[in-house]
Design a protein around this ligand. Structure first.
Ligand code: HSE
Length: 375
């Protein structure tokens, strides 16, 4: 059988670059004939992985229509503009997308195969054509809780997030580092002097954090992130939630295929912190029955190959259960598993995962392979 034609869009951005690297590592490009599209450098030389020598036009409906599969990390504006036009032209290929634009459409399937491969396969059989990666915090939380979720033991989840700068974009990651650099610059002399007055150092740093330092950069975050945090991510939605907080419930339940009568309430506060590219979450979980700690831990450990269970002990937790440790890794750290004083049927969990890998790129490339394997 001839190989299917895959059109890659947005492959040079941060998520796109991570995705291409993973696809190379896993040999995904060997399973398809790949074409690389561009919004700005049409006609220039394409990467070696490309079948065509030059970059194709990401706005050409004609060129796009020739693809069997389109995989885009170009962002929501591109999806909102191009996807409806392609479908109107009766293009019936498979659209795989990292952006949120189509996620909650009735005819779109959210992909996170360690949790919903059966649902994905059913959707492929039904003729669904749009397969979308979910929000990063949602995917990472569900991967951490896959075992207990599968066992049907969770009544509701409150998720307090500690989200890395990468979720806000490449410019924001740079700004975080530049904020750190500026703080070091203003505090260097006093911080390196072991006998200096700590309150003087603190006052200097506060001048930068509180807007009295014109060289402290806040163009992207609009506030200090280094040395501080921002308890608001994305736009407001109804009821006082942010859109990031709203996504946890709606996307989480959609991935799990829950119907209106079996919805698991998920809510919490989403907070941006000064980590680079791994999101963390502190989860308060209400179980349907009193906690059996040993059984709950076993469900987590045995849920899938990417879980890295961290015992609830001081040293190993300090060393391992952090954004610093899991960045660049496909492992999902899960620890701080313990009963809570809130009641017999509550359990505490802390989880960390790379926002660009399992949080964005990995579910997309895994869907591609699942689709190709099920042809
Ligand atoms: N919305 C996420 C964040 C990243 O801001 O961290 C993309 O899922």
């Amino acid at each position: 059988m001839a190989k299917l034609k895959l059109g890659m869009i947005g492959w040079r951005g941060m998520v796109g670059s991570v995705l291409v690297e993973r696809m190379k590592e896993e040999g995904d490009f060997e399973c398809v004939d790949s074409y690389f599209f561009s919004t700005s450098q049409v006609g220039e030389k394409a990467p070696e992985l490309s079948v065509s020598e030059t970059l194709k036009d990401a706005h050409s409906l004609e060129d796009l229509s020739e693809m069997d599969i389109i995989l885009t990390c170009q962002g929501g504006d591109y999806t909102n503009s191009i996807h409806p036009q392609l479908r109107e032209k009766s293009w019936s290929g498979i659209w795989i997308d990292a952006a949120s634009a189509l996620r909650m459409k009735d005819n779109a399937c959210l992909v996170l195969d360690p949790l919903n491969s059966d649902l994905i396969k059913e959707e492929i059989k039904k003729g669904t054509k749009d397969f979308i990666g979910a929000n990063c915090t949602v995917s990472l939380m569900l991967l951490a809780l896959a075992g207990p979720l599968r066992a049907g033991e969770i009544e509701w989840i409150s998720s307090m997030t500690y989200q890395a700068a990468s979720g806000a974009g490449a410019k924001n990651m740079k700004e975080l580092v530049n904020q750190m650099g500026r703080l070091h610059q203003v505090g260097k002399e006093l911080s390196e002097d072991g006998r200096s007055d700590i309150l003087k150092l603190d006052a200097l740093i506060n001048d930068s954090l509180q807007g009295r330092d014109s060289q402290f950069p806040t163009e992207n975050f609009k506030a200090p992130l280094a040395g501080s945090l921002i308890p608001w991510i994305d736009v407001p939605v109804e009821g006082g939630q942010t859109k990031e907080e709203w996504k946890a419930g709606v996307e989480g339940n959609k991935i799990l295929g829950n119907s209106k009568t079996s919805l698991i309430p998920i809510d919490g506060t989403c907070v941006r912190i000064g980590a680079m590219r791994s999101h963390s979450q502190a989860l308060t979980i209400k179980l349907k029955k009193p906690l059996d700690l040993e059984k709950f831990e076993k469900q987590i450990k045995e849920s899938h190959e990417w879980v890295d269970f961290v015992p609830n002990e001081r040293e190993i937790t300090t060393q391992k259960l952090s954004p610093a440790h899991y960045s660049g890794s496909l492992k999902i750290g899960v620890g701080r598993v313990r009963p809570m004083n809130l009641g017999k049927d509550f359990v505490n969990v802390f989880t960390v995962g790379d926002q660009l890998l399992w949080g964005a790129a990995e579910p997309l490339r895994r869907f591609l392979r699942l689709y190709l394997d099920n042809l």
